[in-house]
Design a binder for this molecule. Structure first.
Ligand SMILES: [Zn+2]
Length: 60
């Protein structure tokens, strides 16, 4: 099952990357979040990064 995107704070970005790669079997596109109030998936802090699936054809 593929996730659309993940959110992580600075501290949990390594775990977020690992989980993302495990879940999606693809390396994420990493972006900084600006002005978006989203929580980290691994703690209660504000997320700093968004991890997204790269824009490629996914017609499996
Ligand atoms: Zn965190």
């Amino acid at each position: 099952m593929q996730k659309r995107s993940s959110f992580s704070c600075e501290e949990h970005i390594d775990i977020a990357m690992d989980d993302f790669i495990l879940d999606n079997e693809i390396f994420p596109v990493l972006d900084k979040l600006y002005g978006i109030n989203t929580k980290c998936q691994y703690c209660t802090r504000k997320a700093t990064y968004i991890l997204e699936i790269p824009n490629i054809d996914k017609d499996f």
